[in-house]
Design a protein around this ligand. Structure first.
Ligand code: FVH
Length: 287
């Protein structure tokens, strides 16, 4: 028999997680603040708990997927978590996860912080993965159970590390989408078809540029291998044209400006002949 699991929170993501557990044959108890949400789970075999006490009592593994960290704390407040593994997949900061871990352990639980790298439709599919950090014992005990939702990636015993990985990837994603949205606004300023621009040019270009990420990472870990192919002094000089074009076309340059400032700072502080990897230490400690 598969491990019984409880899912607290039946928003879009919690519902997808509960569905995945049911599909994998786990006895699944669900609870949501607003009763009756996601009625399709009933016909799939979920057991609805009327209270959080009932929900937590039903399973050794309690997966929490609520709106924000404060919601998690108010939902779990006062519950006896003795002997439970709490896998908190709610988006939060590393500091919030460390605090919530200490608090949950005080209430008797073993705690795993989590970061879901998927949208609901991807849950249970091959591209989805979830970062975990915190109790190594709890992770080892439940790794196979957690795999029903998405590939589990354990990143360390510090409960804040999963959130750090999650937030780092989301930061990269928003930078990427911000850049793409700016490009689309420029294209739209001359009534260029968004579909053609995206499919024929933007996507292939961004895909090709993403191919340089491993080289940037290697430069960071091991130091630059050779002279920069696209030095930062050149990039800083050319970057003014990006901002000027945005202004000329009536597009808000707000998303572009900080990168220009950083490139100029790099050039002004002796990194002009280096490659993009040199921006990472500048961002981290201004060096
Ligand atoms: N959906 C996504 O694409 C992303 C993918 C990556 C991970 N995130 C994070 O997952 C958490 C839940 O997100 P969600 O998509 O399920 O969000 P909603 O559909 O808006 O559902 C929110 C649930 O939270 C419950 N809730 C809100 N406030 C309270 C409260 N004060 N007390 C108890 N529960 C609360 C809400 O309940 P109800 O409104 O139905 O009563 C939903 O169950 C989130 O951290 C994402 O960042 C999703």
């Amino acid at each position: 028999m598969k491990t019984p699991v409880t899912v607290l929170g039946l928003g879009a993501m919690g519902t997808a997680l509960a569905r995945a557990f049911l599909a994998a044959g786990h006895p699944t108890t669900v609870w949501n603040r607003t009763p009756g949400r996601s009625p399709e789970l009933d016909s799939l075999g979920a057991t609805r708990a009327a209270t959080t006490t009932e929900a937590v009592a039903a399973s050794p593994l309690v997966v929490v997927c609520l709106l924000v960290d404060a919601t998690v704390r108010s939902t779990l407040e006062g519950l006896d978590l003795t002997g439970k593994t709490v896998a908190n997949l709610t988006n939060g900061t590393p500091a919030q996860d460390r605090d919530t871990a200490a608090w949950a352990e005080e209430a008797g639980a073993e705690y795993l912080g989590g970061g879901i790298m998927a949208v609901p439709a991807m849950i249970g599919g091959p591209a989805a993965f979830i970062f975990y950090s915190g109790s190594p014992v709890a992770f080892e005990r439940h790794e196979a159970d957690l795999a029903a939702m998405a590939r589990p990636e354990y990143v360390g015993s510090d409960p804040g590390l999963a959130a750090l990985h999650d937030i780092a990837l989301l930061s990269g994603m928003y930078g990427m989408f911000g850049g793409a949205q700016h490009a689309l606004a420029l294209a739209a300023s001359e009534k260029v078809s968004a579909v053609r621009f995206t499919e024929d040019f933007l996507l292939p270009w961004l895909t090709a540029m993403l191919g340089s990420l491993p080289r940037i990472a290697k430069d960071l870990d091991e130091g630059p291998e050779g002279p920069a192919g696209s030095n930062l002094a050149m990039q800083a000089a050319a970057y003014d044209n990006l901002v000027d074009t945005a202004v000329d076309q009536g597009v808000d340059p707000a998303l572009l400006v900080p990168m220009g400032d950083l490139l100029r700072k790099a050039a002004a502080t002796g990194h002009g002949d280096e490659d993009l990897a040199a921006l990472v230490p500048l961002l981290r400690d201004g060096a």
